[in-house]
Design a protein around this ligand. Structure first.
Ligand SMILES: C[S@@+](CC[C@H](N)C(=O)[O-])C[C@H]1O[C@@H](n2cnc3c(N)ncnc32)[C@H](O)[C@@H]1O
Length: 359
């Protein structure tokens, strides 16, 4: 009986801990944001060797009264995988001061890293993107298309076109992502571009993806197609041209149409329209294709971080825009409905996949 009771309370206490743990989830995000705002990754990197806590404190732009709190910030960020600790014992076995080194994740938060991802947490954790979360449950009771709409009275893309701060933060985050994804794609999936003479990157942002592809495949003429507030005034290269327009109306003609993290921004009805415009735009139906880079839910069973990232992304799409993440069945249904013949999914881009769709 005693054992039963113990078991009962152990279960209750585990459940209570789970509630605390999940409620406190935002603390990981906000501690990360704080570390980025204080430039902690760059400060440790600049030091060039494991950085003692006292040196770190002395190098940060903080008020002296806050020095004693840095250890605790570093403790949670060490736990969440952004720093690792070096504890060197001294000769007389006394504990030496703790020192910190970067992990693979915090190296990607260095401002000058070629594949820096620093703009992603900066935009996702900006109040413009966080405030709509306070409307999440209200949105379930009203007719607004998104919680973002409930918060701001307009769609995300309209807000981005009228608010330069959001436009720049968002474009920088997309540029960060595209630098890494384009490198992996070009290195691991060269064949995707073989035989193609032209490519339109629809919703291609400021052109990072198209420029990387055009550099590696000089025979390819690339167009970066996006809304006027994103591409107007940008300088092309010999084989990269910027064109503004609305993908729901018409897409410039080419052999191949790229849609990188576009479809997950839109609902099925909207995606169907985009895919139909893509099919119309494919000049040569024999060798042409749509190249999609997006999430496929459930195609990497067993990796809980990948699965969680995809589910987080799905809800982020629900809160900010009208989109969603899709499983293979959802994708297949969309392609078939838009009149495409076949598709091939290659899951080589981390939590995203390459999907080639043939007319
Ligand atoms: C999530 S971002 C993806 C940017 C880029 N493809 C990347 O992955 O880095 C979506 C892009 O779609 C563009 N966009 C939104 N509505 C559009 C429309 N109606 N026509 C063309 N582009 C649009 C946005 O301006 C934005 O650059």
């Amino acid at each position: 009986m005693e054992f039963d009771n113990e078991d009962h309370y152990a279960k209750l206490l585990r459940a209570q801990t789970h509630i605390f743990d999940q409620t406190f989830g935002f603390i990981n995000s906000m501690s990360l944001k704080c570390a980025i705002d204080l430039c902690i990754p760059d400060v440790i990197h600049k030091y060039g060797q494991p950085m003692p806590l006292s040196q770190l404190i002395a190098s940060l732009p903080i008020h002296p009264s806050k020095a004693c709190f840095i250890f605790r910030l570093m403790q949670i960020l060490t736990h969440s995988g952004f720093f690792s600790q070096h504890n060197n014992a001294t000769e007389n076995y006394e504990q030496e001061e703790v020192s910190y080194v970067l992990t693979d994740a915090s190296k990607l938060l260095l401002k000058d890293h070629h594949f820096s991802m620093i703009s992603l947490p900066q935009v996702i954790l900006d109040p413009i993107l966080v405030n709509p979360w306070f409307q999440f449950s209200t949105w379930f009771t009203n007719e607004d298309p998104t919680p973002f709409h409930t918060q701001n009275g307009m769609a995300f893309w309209d807000y981005a076109s009228s608010e330069p701060k959001l436009n720049h933060l968002f474009n920088d985050a997309m540029t960060n992502d595209s630098r890494l994804i384009s490198s992996v794609l070009i290195e691991k999936c060269k064949g995707v571009f073989s035989g193609l003479e032209s490519l339109v990157d629809v919703g291609g942002g400021t052109g990072t993806m198209a420029k990387a592809i055009a550099k590696s495949f000089p025979q390819l003429k690339c167009i970066v197609f996006d809304l006027p507030h994103v591409v107007d005034g940008l300088q092309g290269t010999e084989n990269v041209e910027y064109v503004h327009g609305d993908m729901f109306e018409a897409i410039p003609s080419a052999d191949s149409i790229m849609l990188k993290t576009i479809m997950h921004n839109w609902n099925d009805e909207e995606c169907l329209k985009i895919l139909k415009r893509c099919k119309e735009a494919i000049a040569n139906k024999d060798k042409g294709k749509v190249i999609i880079i997006d999430v496929v839910i459930g195609n990497e069973k067993g990796d809980s971080e990948l699965d969680q990232t995809k589910l987080f992304y799905d809800i982020e799409m629900m809160v900010l825009v009208t989109g969603k993440e899709r499983n293979e069945k959802d994708w297949a249904k969309l392609f078939l409905s838009a009149g495409f013949n076949s598709y091939k999914i290659t899951p080589v881009l981390g939590f995203k996949s390459l999907i080639e769709v043939y007319p």
